[in-house]
Design a protein. Structure first.
Length: 109
């Protein structure tokens, strides 16, 4: 992946998290948490802010990072996040973006 793509990782989640997303500061620190028990996508990666789930990495992205996150065990992986701009929301419905440019995981290629 190119550097530009790594800086704009979308968080998906839909209506279930809209109130939490709206209450977030413009910039925040996100924690990535693998969710192997997820019945819809067993390689799901949840995105938490202040201990509350705000969505997930899109499956095509989360699957690439899942094994590396599981291997870290209880060692949390964090990255900066921010609210998406109007253009992000209008074009794709994305509310939050994560910055993976400094993330050092095996899936980060």
């Amino acid at each position: 992946m190119g550097d530009t793509v790594l800086r704009r990782i979308p968080v998906v989640g839909g209506l279930g998290y809209v109130e939490r997303v709206r209450s977030l500061a413009p910039s925040f620190t996100a924690t990535l948490s693998p969710e192997p028990e997820n019945r819809y996508f067993p390689r799901a990666v949840a995105v938490l802010v202040n201990g509350e789930k705000v969505g997930y990495l899109a499956p095509e992205i989360g699957g690439s990072y899942f094994d590396a996150l599981v291997a870290r065990g209880d060692d949390p992986v964090t990255c900066p996040g921010r609210h998406g701009g109007v253009a992000d929301h209008e074009s794709s419905g994305v509310e939050l973006l994560l910055d993976f440019s400094d993330l050092a995981l095996a899936g980060d290629r």
